[in-house]
Design a protein around this ligand. Structure first.
Ligand code: F6P
Length: 543
């Protein structure tokens, strides 16, 4: 198990890839040159079919990317990641979200102790608790069954549970689940407006239990409950998920209502832990466990499959190819499923908080691009928004298209229309429309002469836009778990290739400190020195 520091630009493969990038061909030309291309550049795994043949990769580029992964020690790093080595070295921690979905008989050691029994003990508690809330045996302080659950958290303590709860909306039970994250008081007030204090359960989620937004929102919610039902009700209406047991006690939540988590789970990878309590409440513990099982299946695929057939590895290497050799700045993620409308936002945190780093693992500023910019919205809505820029703009935007073979509600007519758009877009992005095609089309419409000449340039589509298609059988807890785990491992592979630490987030911590300094100023008379712009804005705000 080794986690070595290798400057990727010093490898033979990197230099080779630079040359290959200079001579890269077009997608059309790749297809013309290789009749087997579609199947050769696809991976068929469980309910997933991943087609990356519409990316600028040929056999030689693929081989060089795989050899880059080997040269930077990906296989050893992968073992270290799964084995509990302290790969989050700047925080002195292992990175073991994979242990949260490991099989019961797995043996994964941190400081010599197997962590799996502890994981299963928390899972058992999640099951018992969520079952008792769902079936109404656990009552509120007023003796009624709970009808509403309010998750209070931010970042990983919100985005994961919120995204999954939306994504599994089809599997939801009768409980209404709400999310409060923003410290904007309008967010908490809007949610409180909708719920009945007598039948509402608050789940306060904070790994550190020190995050300003979460503590502020939890305090407001608690005060609201106390005003409505009295202080004695807090014990029955508040539970917490955290590693910081003493802070929870100080907040007034009883020890038996606390779900613990471990410091070897990063916030943005924590939905598999007790942070997923709101998911278990929304869709029931069986579905929550199926989500974990799906993620575990992807873990096994990632851990054991040779690099060239390994989904997260190949997707990460394609990102590296575009990011570092073809100058793409961003990557779009377009799920063709309304249920997955929060997936891009969730992945923005996962990917950009992890790989937004500019110093390598030796502490030296990198000389190459690292984390790319992630954005996206579901199709077909996004087609009527930013697809214009993808088709005819000047930017290179590799995109992931995520679609499902089967609809959930059985509306085949809708699904056929949805998926016809899905396939048509990836085809059009690649093929574009040539001048000859445009002329022919216009002539067929009876447009000729000057009028035709004027229009032609605007109707040409350059094409050659890369997409990777993830076609999945059906949106189920299991396939969703595998999909999210796939992106987690993709993040890991990219971090290894870029020789950066993917599991800290000092940039976000800075934001927390800065806001506190200005907040103190609001209530003190003390003059603090700021830049001229900030000073002017603060003066206007305080007046
Ligand atoms: O955004 C920074 C961050 O540290 C995330 O990594 C984390 O998910 C979020 O803040 C919330 O932190 P906590 O769960 O400790 O409240």
């Amino acid at each position: 198990m080794s986690f070595t520091n290798t400057n990727p630009t010093a490898t033979t493969s990197w230099k080779n890839l630079e040359k290959l990038a200079d001579n890269r061909s077009t997608l059309q030309a790749y297809f013309n040159a290789d009749l087997e291309r579609a199947s050769a550049f696809s991976i068929d795994w469980n309910q997933f079919f991943v087609d990356y043949s519409k990316t600028h990769i040929d056999a030689e580029i693929k081989a060089s990317l795989v050899s880059l992964a080997k040269e930077v020690g990906l296989e050893g790093a992968r073992e270290a990641y799964f084995g509990g080595t302290t790969i989050n070295q700047t925080e002195g921690r292992a990175v073991l979200h994979t242990a949260l979905r490991a099989k019961k008989d797995a043996d994964i050691r941190v400081d010599g102790a197997n962590v799996v029994p502890g994981v299963y003990a928390v899972r058992k508690k999640i099951r018992a608790f969520s079952e008792s809330i769902i079936d109404g045996t656990k009552k509120s302080s007023s003796g009624q069954a709970f009808t509403d659950v309010v998750n209070i958290g931010i970042g990983g303590s919100d985005l994961g549970p919120a995204m999954i709860t939306e994504a599994l909306g089809y599997y939801k039970n009768h409980l209404n689940v709400h999310f409060i994250s923003n410290v904007d008081g309008d967010h908490v007030m809007e949610v409180l407006k909708k719920v009945n204090p007598k039948t509402t359960l608050f789940v306060v989620v904070s790994k550190t239990f020190s995050t300003q937004e979460t503590l502020t929102n939890a305090t407001t919610a608690k005060q609201w409950l106390v005003n409505e039902l009295g202080a004695a009700a807090v014990g029955d209406h508040f539970v917490a998920v955290s590693t910081n047991l003493s802070a929870i006690e100080a907040f007034g939540i009883q020890a038996e209502n606390v779900f613990s988590m471990n410091d070897w789970v990063g916030g943005r990878f924590s939905l598999w832990s007790a942070v997923g309590l709101s998911i278990a409440l929304a869709v029931g513990p069986d579905n929550f466990e199926a989500l974990l099982e799906g993620a575990n299946n992807m873990d096994e695929h990632f851990a054991t499959t040779p690099l060239e057939n390994n989904i997260p590895v190949m997707l990460a290497l394609i990102t590296v190819w575009y990011n570092n050799f073809l100058d793409a700045q961003s990557e779009a993620i377009i799920p063709y499923s309304q249920y997955l409308h929060r997936l891009p936002a969730y992945l923005q945190q996962g990917i950009m908080e992890s790989n937004g780093k500019s110093v390598d693992r030796d502490g030296i500023p990198v000389t190459y691009d690292t984390g790319n910019i992630i954005w996206g919205e579901p199709g077909t809505n996004s087609q009527h928004a930013f697809f214009q820029l993808m088709h005819q703009g000047t930017k290179l935007i590799p995109a992931h298209f995520i679609g499902f073979t089967n609809p959930l509600h059985g509306n085949q007519d809708h699904h056929d229309k949805l998926m016809a758009n899905f396939f048509a877009q990836t085809e059009a992005l690649m093929q574009g429309k040539t001048e000859a095609q445009v002329r022919e089309e216009l002539e067929k419409k009876g447009i000729t002469g000057q009028a035709l000449e004027k229009l032609v340039p605007f109707k040409i589509f350059h094409g050659d836009n890369p997409t990777t298609t993830l076609l999945i059988e059906k949106l189920t807890p299991k396939t969703l778990g595998a999909l999210v785990a796939m992106y987690e491992h993709k993040i890991f592979v990219e971090g290894v290739v870029w020789n950066i630490y993917s599991y800290d987030q000092w940039g976000v911590e800075l934001g927390k400190q800065l806001a506190n300094v200005i907040l103190k100023e609001f209530s003190s008379k003390e003059e603090v020195s700021h830049d001229a712009s900030t000073a002017q804005l603060l003066a206007r705000y305080k007046r």
